[in-house]
Design a protein around this ligand. Structure first.
Ligand code: GNR
Ligand code: NI
Length: 167
């Protein structure tokens, strides 16, 4: 298992549309393990493969306070959305920025697990928000895309400056 480096907004690689996984094999399980280690080390409550520059439809999430409930979603699809809900979101690819985004309160998601077995999950609240946030990443979308142009511009300038100073 390896901690991988996370791409930062506005890196154009975060804009790629991730491709479906054809077969859940040992290579995919190794990717899942690296993603989990990267997420826990960050620390974050979710990570999409695109954030470590792997444009595949793979997501890991652990919203539990004990950090002991790893959920793996391969080729996830949201099949039902109900209600509205919003919390201040953050993103490991947009460090230091927290803004509320409107999401569905309850969702039903279908995906494959790390053994390639299909499952359906109904999620509410934080877990539902996290799943929607991660599925956006798979389509090249970042939570700041929901904010005003002015806020997006400020965030881009701030992060570009941080990245210049970090080199
Ligand atoms: O660690 C994370 N926290 C978070 C908080 C509120 C809403 C969504 C998230 S996901 C984020 C990790 C991340 O960037 N996943 O893509
Ligand atoms: Ni994110």
């Amino acid at each position: 298992m390896t901690v991988r480096s996370i791409l930062h907004y506005p890196d154009p690689r975060l804009r790629k549309k991730a491709q479906p996984v054809a077969v859940v094999n040992d290579d995919i399980r190794a990717l899942v393990d690296d993603m989990a280690e990267t997420m826990y080390q960050a620390p974050g409550i979710g990570l999409a493969a695109i954030q470590i520059d792997v444009p595949k439809r793979v997501v890991v999430i652990d919203c539990s306070t004990q950090r002991s409930d790893l959920k793996v979603f391969i080729n996830p699809v949201i099949t039902r959305r109900e209600g509205t809900y919003g919390i201040e979101e953050g993103c490991l690819s947009v460090p230091g920025i927290f803004e509320e985004v409107e999401r569905a309160h309850t969702i039903e998601v279908r995906a494959l697990d790390r053994d390639g077995k299909p499952f359906t999950l109904v999620a509410h609240d934080l877990l539902a928000v996290c799943i929607q946030h991660e599925l956006d990443h798979l389509d090249g979308k970042v939570f700041v895309d929901y904010l005003s142009r002015l806020k997006q511009q400020r965030i881009r300038k701030k992060l570009e400056k941080q990245q210049r100073l970090a080199i």
